[in-house]
Design a protein around this ligand. Structure first.
Ligand code: GDP
Ligand code: IMO
Ligand code: MG
Length: 422
């Protein structure tokens, strides 16, 4: 048995797509189990850059089966667009991509509701990706959502969708937003739904059969630990469990069948959207934005940047049971003479070694920094651990020690080959 969960250990965009693509070489099946098209996972293969939102990054290796599990919320039109985008690049997901019949759907009214609620919040907005994620999960929890399996009964689906659009138009009006045109909205969804029918199946059964046949499963977490609906910086979070447990509920594979949990973290910290980020620092932002880096893969927004926060990643290691740490974007720090790491917080003058769950307290946490010497050498062409500058090795090892993890990978560029395995 060799089933691996990979999760983001920070606030998302840690480089999960890149590491998944690298690890897929040793996997038979790659599974997405939560989130939706709010995710943007960048993978660079040769000269082509792919940004995957719903389809597992494993699709880029031609012998891998990819599963979109029951815990994901799927925008049918978005998924069709993504399939077509891959086809244009010579990758046909047909036969290799399977979509859970129990996954809930995201409809145009979910996106309109997302925008309407954000607008109503004004300055208190969450800064969502406007992909309809919160409203779709809301319908799931309220037991009023529609699941992918319902598209298999075309006649009934037309009735269910019509009713849902009408009901949600009432809701949109009550929020001061414009209702959606019934026919056009339905036509768009129905057209996409017809295309997706061949992909829909019972993925829980499929995955259990695969485990019995000793296939190796890789779970591709989306978002990051501190965007988790329970463990993140609520309410500035997403609406799913982004931590390791979410991969089990979102796929039907139990914790006893998991062998390894890899946490992916950047060698510094980034965050998109609102919410606290104790180690945020202009110096890091100016450096990375100056290099044209750290713009969102889904929304194009400038990411907020800061120093590596060992308090959050250590907490993430505990929440996820991280065994291995994949450290990405080490090369982003190549030019710095010295590098700060947040090793603890002070709250009201007292030291604190974890993120308080109360947001007001977290906002008052002041980072305690330790300074490490930089290496001031380009690392992007380095392919072995031993060839890395000694200060880069010391820095990476120190981060693993501070977070109570084992360093398993160091990434020095966005490409497949720019990955060092320890
Ligand atoms: P994900 O959502 O976790 O898959 O991450 P994103 O794709 O949203 O953002 C990560 C960004 O960093 C992408 O532009 C990647 O191509 C890039 N990236 C990943 N690892 C590295 C690395 O080690 N070095 C550099 N320079 N870029 C990286
Ligand atoms: P990947 O998988 C970074 C953030 C949004 C916002 C909050 C809620 O690429 O790492 P949502 O649209 O989910 O309701 O937005 O969560 N967010 C992400 N930030 N990476 C992501 O995904 C994200 N998905 C959502 O910016 O702050
Ligand atoms: Mg991303």
């Amino acid at each position: 048995m060799s089933n691996t969960i990979l999760v983001g250990a920070q606030w998302g965009d840690e480089g999960k797509g890149k590491i998944i693509d690298y690890l897929t070489e040793q996997a038979d099946i790659v599974v997405r189990a939560q989130g939706g098209a709010n995710a943007g996972h960048t993978v660079i293969v040769g000269k082509t850059k792919y940004i995957l939102h719903l389809i597992p990054s494993g699709i880029l290796r031609n012998r891998t089966t990819c599963v979109i599990g029951n815990g994901v919320v799927i925008d049918p039109a978005g998924l069709v667009e993504e399939i077509d985008g891959l086809k244009q690049n010579g990758i046909d997901p047909a036969g290799r991509l399977l979509v859970s019949d129990a996954a809930h759907m995201v409809f145009p009214y979910h996106k309109a509701l997302d925008a309407a609620r954000e607008a109503l919040k004004g300055r208190g907005k969450i800064g969502t990706t406007l992909r309809g994620i919160g409203p779709a999960y809301g319908d799931k929890i309220a037991r009023s959502g529609l699941r992918m399996g319902s598209i298999l009964n075309a006649k009934r689906f037309v009735e269910q969708l019509g009713q849902a659009v009408r009901d949600n138009n009432i809701l949109l009006r009550s929020l001061g937003a414009r209702p959606l045109p019934l026919k056009r909205t339905m036509d768009g969804v129905l057209k996409a739904a017809r295309r997706l029918r061949p992909y829909v199946t019972n993925t829980v059964q499929l995955l259990h059969k695969a485990v019995a046949a000793e296939k190796r499963i890789l779970f591709e977490g989306a978002q990051g630990t501190f965007l988790d609906i329970d463990h993140g910086t609520f309410p500035y979070v997403t609406s799913s469990n982004t931590t390791a447990g979410g991969m089990c509920t979102g796929s039907g594979i139990p914790p006893t069948m998991i062998d390894r949990v890899i946490g992916v973290a950047k060698a510094y910290t980034t965050r998109v959207g609102e919410g606290p980020m104790p180690s945020e620092d202009r110096v890091v932002g100016d450096l990375l934005h100056g290099m044209g880096r750290e713009y969102g893969a889904t929304t194009g927004r400038e990411r907020r940047c800061g120093w590596f926060d060992a308090v959050t990643v250590r907490q993430s290691a505990r929440l996820n049971g991280i065994t291995d740490l994949a450290l990405t974007n080490l090369d982003g720090l190549d030019t710095l003479g010295s590098i700060k790491v947040c090793v603890g917080y002070r709250l009201g003058g007292k030291p604190i070694d974890h993120q308080p769950s109360d947001l007001a307290q977290l906002a008052r946490c002041r980072p305690v920094y330790e300074t490490f010497p930089g290496w001031q050498t380009p690392t992007d062409k380095i392919r072995t651990w031993k060839a890395l500058p000694p200060n880069a090795r010391r820095y990476a090892k120190a981060l693993a020690k501070l977070t109570g993890t084992r360093l398993s990978h160091a990434s020095v560029g966005p490409g497949r080959s720019q990955t060092i395995t320890l």
